[in-house]
Design a protein around this ligand. Structure first.
Ligand SMILES: [Zn+2]
Length: 92
């Protein structure tokens, strides 16, 4: 669904939600039933953080040129105890 904007000469502008690509040039005004013309405006796009934009760009790049891995990455060491007192406890 997409939101399309229409403008009525009497009542002003209003929005109509329709499936993408199905918006007619004119639509009946919900208040006065007069024919309202479609208004073309810029799409409402959300701001994407630079970190997310960079990851998306990296992902799109990997579609054409995926990164080749030649060996299995080494396992990381087990995390150490968070509290120093835990390190003094007897070990089996
Ligand atoms: Zn109207």
């Amino acid at each position: 669904m997409a939101t399309y904007e229409y403008s009525c000469n009497r009542c002003g502008s209003f929005d109509v939600k329709l499936p993408i690509g199905t918006a007619p040039i004119a639509h009946a005004c919900p208040q006065c039933s007069n024919t309202a013309r479609r208004v073309y405006s810029s799409p409402a796009t959300a701001f994407t953080s630079p970190a997310v934009a960079g990851l998306r760009k990296q992902e799109e790049k990997s579609w054409e040129n995926p990164t080749v891995v030649t060996r299995v990455p080494p396992e990381q060491a087990a995390p150490r105890p968070a509290h120093p007192a835990l390190a003094r406890l007897p070990r089996p």
